[in-house]
Each structure stands twice: as structure tokens, then as C-alpha cells.
Design a protein around this ligand. Structure first.
Ligand code: FE2
Length: 387
């Protein structure tokens, strides 16, 4: 998409451009100078910026702006007398002149919220397929990004295989529970997860800062009665809360709660975060919800505590609605992964008869998203080469 015109505004402090398709956008001189793509501003190899804001004169303005024969933008900045070219597509991709105000609690467009309807189309890949790290694996990683939940089947039922799964896209986050941890019935458990009791839907380790952003759970044995795994989209639940009770949404986003874990010797973890965490532009960033690890809430004013508890209850009730739950029985060789900043997991109670042996580990989303981005860029190259 090539440019048609470029016009300087505000005595050179900004400019407006129009593309041939009629789309328009304004840019500031300072923003353009800071984002110049020339080799003195950006390293040719890794694209890293080699100047700081202090290297740009505060009085920077545009001396001239024109569209060249290729439809790209040619700018000249003063007082540096520096000429820079911006490709028209780059400008279109990085336009920030958007009038539309975002609603508080908006969700990024690479994320898709879901409910129990996902039961019939759970994103799933076979381990052998995943190991090829091809397009299929890219789609599976993409599902983890968009849905915060996916399943892998066909894993060897040998201890620690889940580490190899994490290493397909990133690195394990080691914690005081080790590189990975066992989830099976125990006498005198150090954590309620290690009994046959049902577990309310929760995000894991909310008492850590930073919280592990991915959790993997692999099944090695399962002959116990019950113990279905359940996942719930915490972002979907937050959307519903906002629709049904905006005041409750504001309370859960507006006040921090506290989490604590001190179940083993030498460990005393604490964190303070809101149940629904919003970014400064109102985007939902994360959910932390875990009854077992909640510490007393001491950051909510006395006059708000009643309303806060009512909001907290409403959110918990939404999470418990059957239409919110995706439910599945893990078979030996199955693994599921959740975005631990968004998707809650739960377990129905199971009986003492039979055995149930799961292993869990943590990893982080940045590694997964980086691998996804890399696979997508390879796919784009292949697609372009085929054209
Ligand atoms: Fe858990």
C-alpha cells in the first residue's frame, strides 16, 4: 500500500499522510525521528536502537516531507539536517492515530475467549508431531496464545517427559517444588493438590512474583475413580462479570489481594496483586485467583470490604457455572498446558482406589511466544518463496 500525499502540520512538529486507498494518519516529528530506520539509528543486524532520547534535539521538527516515486515517505529533520526514508507499509503497520477509545477490560485481538463449547474442539497435537516443530506445532503454540489452553497426546509415560515438552518451545521455570513436581495421593500432604480432594478452579502459584506464566501437567497413570480435569477461561469470566456487574469488575481490578505460601521449610512466598489486573490502557493483563493461597485481604478500605466480598463471590460463582467449564479425563500419555495468567484449572475429587499420577512443571510465555513468532516468520518466508 503506497502513499499518496504528505503534509507538514503545526510548523513541522507533525505531519499527516494519506495512502492511495484513502487511509490517513498523523505522526509527530519527535516520534518519527525516534523511530528512524537508518543504520545510524538502528543496528542493521538485530534492529536495536543505538540512540537514546537524549541524542535527539528537543527542538526537532520536520523541514520537509515528500512521497518519493516508490510511494514511500522521505523526511528531513532539523536541526540535525538528517534525511530518513519510511516505507509506506511500515508507517501503516505502526500507525497510532486511532480515535477509538478502548473499553476498560478489553482483550487483545490475538486472544479468543471461550466457554464449554470448546469441549468439542480442544486444540490438540500428538507429541511425535510436536517434535517436528513444523507448521502443526506452530498452530498448537498459536492456540496456547489465543485460548490459553491446549492438549498434547501420545507422550511416553516416563517420568520427566514434560520437561522435554517445555523445551520444545522454551525453558522450564524451576521453583522450590523443583524442576517438576509430582501430583499424587499422599499421606500428610504438604499441599492440598497432593490429596484426592476436589480442587476449586484456580491459577497456580499466585504467591510468586513474577508468577509462572505457563503450567504443564502430564498424566503418567490414571486408574482412579473420577478426578476429571477442568479448565475455565478467567478472561471470559471477567468479561461476563463486567457485563453483569461493572461495579464488581471495577472492585476486583481496583484493589489488590494478597497471597501467601509457607508450606515447606525455608519457604515463605508472598505477593500482592489484583484478582483482575489491567494495564494502564485498560487491557486485561492477568487473573490471579486461588482460594488455597489467599492471605487475609488487608488493602481494601473498611467501607469497601462488603462490596469487595460480594464482587469476589460473583466472580467465583461465574467460574463455577457449568457452561464455563471444559472438562476432560486425562489418560496416561496426555498433557495439558495452560496460560497461568488467564486460564484456571480445577480437579474433581477422586477416590482412593486405583492410582493417579501426574507431573507438573512451569515455564514462561515469552519463550513460547518467541518460538511461535519464529515459526510464523519461517512460514511467511516459505509462503513468499512459493509465490
Ligand atoms: Fe494447580
Amino acid at each position: 500500500m503506497t502513499l499518496e500525499t504528505a503534509n507538514i502540520l503545526e510548523g513541522g512538529k507533525a505531519l499527516s499522510v494519506q495512502w492511495k486507498n484513502g487511509q490517513t494518519a498523523r505522526f509527530h516529528a519527535m516520534w518519527l525521528r525516534d523511530n528512524a530506520l537508518d543504520s545510524e539509528t538502528r543496528a542493521a543486524g538485530n534492529g536495536q536502537r543505538m540512540i537514546t532520547i537524549l541524542d535527539i534535539p528537543a527542538e526537532t521538527t520536520l523541514k520537509s516531507a515528500k512521497v518519493n516515486d516508490g510511494g514511500d515517505l522521505v523526511l528531513s529533520f532539523i536541526p540535525e539536517n538528517k534525511e530518513v526514508i519510511f516505507p509506506s507499509n511500515w508507517l501503516s503497520d505502526h500507525s497510532y492515530d486511532n480515535a477509538n477509545e478502548k473499553t476498560k477490560g478489553w482483550i487483545g485481538d490475538r486472544k479468543k475467549t471461550w466457554d464449554s463449547a470448546l469441549n468439542t474442539s480442544i486444540p490438540t497435537i500428538d507429541y511425535a508431531q510436536a517434535q517436528r516443530k513444523d507448521q502443526e506445532f506452530g498452530s498448537w503454540l498459536s492456540a496456547v496464545e489465543s485460548h490459553g489452553f491446549a492438549v498434547m497426546t501420545g507422550l511416553p509415560t516416563t517420568s520427566g517427559t514434560l520437561i522435554e515438552v517445555a523445551e520444545l518451545f522454551g525453558h522450564v521455570r524451576e521453583t522450590n517444588y523443583g524442576k517438576f513436581f509430582e501430583v499424587r495421593s499422599e499421606i500428610n500432604p504438604v499441599n492440598l493438590a497432593y490429596t484426592g480432594l476436589g480442587l476449586q478452579a484456580h491459577t497456580d502459584n499466585p504467591y510468586r512474583d513474577p508468577v509462572p506464566t505457563l503450567q504443564l501437567l502430564a498424566c503418567l497413570e490414571n486408574s482412579a475413580d473420577g478426578g476429571d480435569s477442568i479448565v475455565v477461561d478467567g478472561f471470559k469470566a471477567a468479561e461476563i462479570l463486567r457485563e453483569e456487574s461493572p461495579e464488581s469488575f471495577d472492585l476486583l481490578a481496583g484493589y489488590p489481594v494478597r497471597f501467601e505460601y509457607a508450606g515447606t521449610d525455608g519457604v515463605k512466598l508472598r505477593a500482592k496483586r489484583p484478582t483482575i489486573e489491567l494495564g494502564p490502557d485498560g487491557e486485561i493483563l492477568s487473573i490471579r485467583f486461588n482460594n488455597r493461597s489467599s492471605a487475609p485481604f488487608t488493602d481494601i478500605p473498611f467501607d469497601e470490604m462488603d462490596r469487595f466480598y460480594s464482587a469476589y463471590r460473583k466472580y467465583a460463582e461465574i467460574i463455577e457455572r457449568p457452561e464455563m467449564m471444559v472438562s476432560f479425563m486425562m489418560q496416561p500419555g496426555d498433557l495439558f498446558i495452560v496460560d497461568n495468567t488467564r486460564v484456571m484449572h480445577a480437579r474433581k475429587g477422586f477416590s482412593g482406589a486405583g492410582t493417579r499420577w501426574l507431573q507438573g512443571c512451569y515455564a514462561d510465555k515469552d519463550g513460547l511466544l518467541s518460538t511461535l513468532s519464529y515459526i510464523e516468520s519461517l512460514q511467511n518466508l516459505t509462503r513468499e518463496a512459493a509465490q
